[in-house]
Structures are given as C-alpha cells and as structure tokens.
Design a protein around this ligand. Structure first.
Ligand SMILES: N[C@@H](CCC(=O)N[C@@H](CS)C(=O)NCC(=O)O)C(=O)O
Length: 232
C-alpha cells in the first residue's frame, strides 16, 4: 500500500505536491477529484478539507488513524520535514525556504490564478484583467531579480522551487511573452531537467484527460459554481 494518497486534479497547486513526492521518492496513490461537478463540496471531501479545495494529502497512519492535510504550502513543508530534504540544512536556510514558499503561496498562486481566470473567463472585465496582469508582471520582475543572483529561490533547490515551477509552466500557456527573461528561463530549464519533475509532469499530464472529461460533462450551473459566478 502506498504511504500517501493525494486528492487532486491536474492544476499547479496539485502538481507541486506530486513533484515533492517524486523528489522525495515516496509512493502515493492519486485520487482524482471532479471539481467541475463539485465533488470537493461533498461531505466526505469537506471532512478532509473544510475549505473544499484540492490538494489534500492523506498519510496512512502507522497505528490506524490516517492524517489529512490541506493547503499545498503546508503539505510541501510537511513532506520536506517528514523526509528531511529540500527545506534547508541550517536555521537560516530553512527560514529562507519558508520565506520563498510563502512568497509563492501568498502572492504568486493567488495573483497568477486570477490573471488566468480574468484572461479567459470574463473578457468583458478589463478592470480585473488589468489589475491581475499588472500584479503578475510585478511578481515576475521580483522572481527574475532573485534568480539573476541565485541559482534557486532559496539558494539551493528546495520545495520553494517545486511550488513555483508548475505555476510558471501553466502561465506559459497564457502569458508566454512575459516569461521570456533570461534568469527565469535558465531556472525553469534546470528544474524541468530533473528526473523527478519529468516523472511528476508525465503522471499529471495523464490526469489532464480526466479533468477535460469532467469539465465537458459538467452542466452550465456546475461550471458557474466552479468558476465562482454563482454561490454553491
Ligand atoms: N491555497 C490553496 C488553493 C487550492 C486551490 O485553489 N485549489 C483549486 C484547484 S488548483 C480548487 O480546488 N478549486 C476548486 C474550488 O475552489 O471549488 C492551496 O494552495 O492548496
């Protein structure tokens, strides 16, 4: 039996956890959650994450009780500490890893997600498009400046890079021109070349078909709820 079960879909916040599991050499079962049709709002899922979002990681308990964790940043931090890698080797480095992980979680995830949402969901909303594209470009400048003076976000390759990389990959499908800067490209290629990252992306690309099917089969009302145009 795999030590972990990861509940998710093929989105960046889930891919980052798959990268961490692969980098740490952990076995895991992947449980696909049909977010387009609202499976994340079912009572069984809310018992794992009351906020109704993927990813959720469940660790099989050695003495019975499984341990469930939500919020991808907390999951990354948990996995790195549990398996003693990719989170810095002294207190200063550990703080730097958590700093850049928090930077990704608190800034890049929300702003990049909204920039993507407004670019395809509500083309009639220039206020939202403009606001989040300005923030996206500002954050990309911060990342470029950091990677111009450091190989990786926290100096050494860490869970902070694993957390950011899938977001940059996804941004490439929407805002490729904004990503054409030298340090970001150098870093992106270095992370992409890691065998664990290749294994993670291959596994997650196979999940993409499940997401596309779930989205195709969702009703208009379910899609309105998923995209936040209507309350659940
Ligand atoms: N801050 C959360 C964000 C998770 C998140 O936004 N998950 C999305 C997919 S990437 C989701 O589950 N959406 C479904 C919904 O909100 O109903 C994390 O990093 O874990």
């Amino acid at each position: 039996m795999a030590g972990y079960t990861l509940y998710g879909m093929g989105s960046p916040n889930v891919v980052k956890v798959v990268i961490a599991l692969e980098e740490l050499g952990q076995t895991y079962d992947f449980a696909h959650v049909n977010v387009f049709q609202g499976e994340q709002r079912a009572p069984w899922f809310l018992a794992l994450n009351p906020n109704g979002k993927v990813p959720v990681l469940v660790e099989a308990g050695e003495s019975g009780e499984p341990f469930a964790l939500f919020e991808s940043g907390a999951i990354m931090d948990f996995l790195a500490r549990r398996h003693g890698a990719f989170s810095g080797t002294n207190e200063d480095q550990q703080a730097a890893v958590r700093q850049w992980l928090t930077f990704q979680m608190a800034n890049c995830g929300p702003a990049f997600g909204q920039a993507i949402h407004f670019s395809f969901a509500t083309k009639e909303c220039p206020y939202g498009q403009n606001r989040f594209q300005i923030e996206l470009r500002k954050l990309l400048k911060v990342i470029e400046a950091r990677l111009a003076v450091a190989d990786y976000l926290a100096g050494e390759y860490s869970i902070a890079d694993m957390a950011l990389w899938p977001w940059i990959r996804t941004l490439g499908m929407f805002f490729a021109d904004d990503l054409a800067t030298p340090a970001l490209q150098r870093w992106y290629g270095a992370v992409e070349a890691r065998p664990a990252v290749a294994a993670a992306t291959a596994r997650m690309d196979s999940i993409g078909g499940l997401d596309r099917q779930a989205r195709r089969e969702a009703s208009e009302e379910q899609l309105d709820r998923y995209f936040g145009r209507m309350a659940w």
